[in-house]
Every structure is written in structure tokens, then in C-alpha cells.
Design a protein around this ligand. Structure first.
Ligand code: ATP
Ligand code: MG
Length: 228
């Protein structure tokens, strides 16, 4: 099976080589859990390997994303160059609609050969639906369309709790090909970052809860280490 290497230290090992190509993964996490950092790095490493990526930001402005990521990852060089050469496109659609996002993806795949895509975050889109059935149907149609395009994607979703035992199953848990959870676990006088690959259709993967850090040279996932 062909896989798309995320380039995130430790994560590809957990995924037995990377995300199966053409699959669509949801990345869950609470506020500040590291969702944007993970997604950004996924596109950054792709762009460096010559695979153009599209970052669809639904809340922050593209300038804010670039500014924050430059500050978070000062050792990931040439961010400005990747953006100006369109190896890494960051776009905020005019409307908060899945149809608008789908059109944008289709357009950038046709004209710029996008191979990796990020949608950050889909929670706003979900909130615009009045009922779950309508949302599930629209999400399903959106994924069917994505599957016809030659692209591998990560979509972020806001988790309503930082506690692992309180995570509920959402519609996306059943519809998406893969689920990765990021946690900001509460430990008396501090919080620690941890992650798990909860599901990944079509491949074996680690089922461990593992610690990770956001460092100036990228996210580091400490495979084989315990979370204390
Ligand atoms: N240079 C850095 N070194 C270490 N940690 C950093 C650095 N820059 C940012 N962080 C941490 O990363 C967090 C933000 O990560 P990120 O923006 O990826 O999270 P997020 O899940 O997208 O958040 P949000 O829910 O606000 O969108 C910050 O709250 C901070 O704790
Ligand atoms: Mg974010």
C-alpha cells in the first residue's frame, strides 16, 4: 500500500509508514492541543518533498497562520518561500460551507496539483447545520467527492473535553477514514501533551497513548514512551 509520510517525528512510525494514500483523517483536540501545528507540519514536509499542499483555514487568517507557525517552528526554514512559490497555499474561503471547500480543493488540485490538504477546523461548518442527519449526509457527499480527487487530507475538529475518558463518538468518528486524538492531559499542577491513533482504515497502527512535544524544529512524538 502506498502511504503519505506526514514527516512528523514518530507519527509515521505509529502509522507503520504514514497515512494510507488518498485517505481522509480527522484530527481531534481541545484548545491549544496542537491541531494547527500538526497540520501545518504535514503540509510543510510534503511541500519540501515536492508535493504541493493546500491549507484551508476556516477561522484564522492565512497571515495569522504563517506568522504563528514561523514563531512556533523557527527551525522549519523557508516558510515564506514555500508560500510564495505556491508549494504551500493557505486560503480562507469566503463562505463557511463544505461545498465551497470542495470547490476550492477541486480548483487547486486541477491548477496546482495539490496532493495534501488540510481543513482547519470543520467544527464551524458543523455548527452551521441545524440537524445531524443533514450534516452527516453532506459530510458523506463531501468525502465521496474528495475520494475522486487524488488527495490525502487532515481535517481538524474541536474536542469538547481534554479528558480521554470523556471523549464521545461524533458523526465524524464513523465517517472519516482515520481518527487521531490530541490531548492536553491534566496532571495536578501541569498539563502534558499526549496523542493516539484511534482508527486508521486499511492499516495496522500503534494503539498506545504516547507523549508529544511542540518544539522549534517540529512536533516530536515519543513513540515507546509512557505518559505519566
Ligand atoms: N515555540 C513553541 N514551543 C513550544 N510550544 C509552543 C510554541 N509555540 C506554540 N506552542 C504551544 O502550542 C500551542 C498552540 O498549538 P496549536 O496552535 O497548534 O494548537 P491548536 O490545537 O490549533 O489550537 P486552537 O484550538 O487555538 O486552534 C500553544 O498554546 C503553545 O502551548
Ligand atoms: Mg488551531
Amino acid at each position: 500500500m502506498d502511504r503519505v509520510k506526514t514527516g512528523i517525528s514518530g507519527l509515521d512510525e505509529m502509522l507503520n509508514g504514514g497515512i494510507p494514500i488518498g485517505r481522509h483523517v480527522a484530527l481531534y483536540g481541545g484548545p491549544g492541543a496542537g491541531k494547527t501545528s500538526f497540520c501545518y507540519e504535514f503540509l510543510y514536509h510534503g511541500a519540501q518533498m515536492g508535493e504541493p499542499g493546500l491549507y484551508v483555514t476556516l477561522e484564522e487568517t492565512p497571515d495569522d497562520i504563517v506568522e504563528n507557525m514561523k514563531n512556533t517552528f523557527p527551525m522549519l526554514s523557508e516558510i515564506g518561500k514555500l508560500v510564495s512559490s505556491k508549494k504551500l497555499e493557505i486560503i480562507k474561503p469566503d463562505k463557511l460551507e463544505l461545498e465551497e471547500v470542495a470547490n476550492l480543493l477541486e480548483d487547486r488540485i486541477t491548477s496546482n496539483g495539490i496532493k495534501r490538504a488540510v481543513i482547519d477546523s470543520a467544527t464551524m461548518i458543523r455548527l452551521s447545520f441545524k440537524n445531524d442527519i443533514e450534516y452527516r449526509q453532506t459530510l458523506f457527499e463531501f468525502l465521496s467527492l474528495l475520494r475522486n480527487l487524488d488527495v490525502t487530507s487532515i481535517t481538524t475538529l474541536e474536542a469538547s473535553t481534554s479528558k480521554r475518558e470523556e471523549m464521545r463518538y461524533d458523526i465524524e468518528h464513523f465517517v472519516m477514514d482515520g481518527i487521531i486524538n490530541l490531548y492536553n492531559l491534566d496532571r495536578e499542577d501541569r498539563r502534558i501533551r499526549a496523542m493516539e491513533v484511534f482508527k486508521m482504515r486499511g492499516t495496522d497502527h500503534s494503539r498506545d497513548l504516547v507523549p508529544f512535544k511542540v518544539t522549534p524544529s517540529g512536533v516530536k512524538v515519543y513513540v515507546g514512551e509512557k505518559v505519566f
